[in-house]
Design a protein around this ligand. Structure first.
Ligand code: 5GP
Length: 122
């Protein structure tokens, strides 16, 4: 067991910080982003603390695959499976602010368009 400091997302997973949870299983959690950049803006987060995608190793192959499949499940759950984007910011210079790997699931369903494509600056 390492003495890893809990990230913001681990504290959300532990229910120490509130969040709107849209999906959870043994390996990951999905929450609504607190500052959405699209009508649908969900963060899909592995429970395991991997700081950045570039830090993932062979032993994380299964969780990375799991996240992709769950992203598809969530898109169907939210009715945006025909049109959504997945974004991973890797590193501060790429806009990463929380150093706990997460996938942004972004969508603007036609009937709830709040932002234009160019507004999705993530
Ligand atoms: P990054 O910039 O690291 O790729 O994405 C971090 C995301 O976490 C941002 O989109 C930001 O709005 C979101 N975020 C930061 N703090 C919180 C929080 O306390 N709760 C939730 N739900 N999202 C957060």
């Amino acid at each position: 067991m390492t003495d890893q400091v809990d990230t913001l997302f681990t504290r959300i997973i532990k229910r120490e910080i509130p969040a709107e949870i849209v999906y959870e299983d043994d390996l990951c959690i999905a929450i609504n982003d607190i500052a959405p950049q699209a009508a649908v803006h969900v963060l899909l987060i592995p429970k395991q603390q991997i700081p950045r995608l570039a830090d993932a190793t062979e032993s994380e192959r299964a969780i990375l695959g799991h996240l992709m499949l769950v992203a598809g499940d969530i898109s169907r759950q939210l009715g945006v499976d025909e049109a959504f984007r997945l974004v991973v910011n890797n590193g501060a210079d790429a806009g990463q602010t929380v150093f706990h790997l997460h996938l942004h699931i972004l969508a603007n369903p036609k009937d709830s368009k709040q932002f234009s494509e160019s507004d999705i600056g993530i």
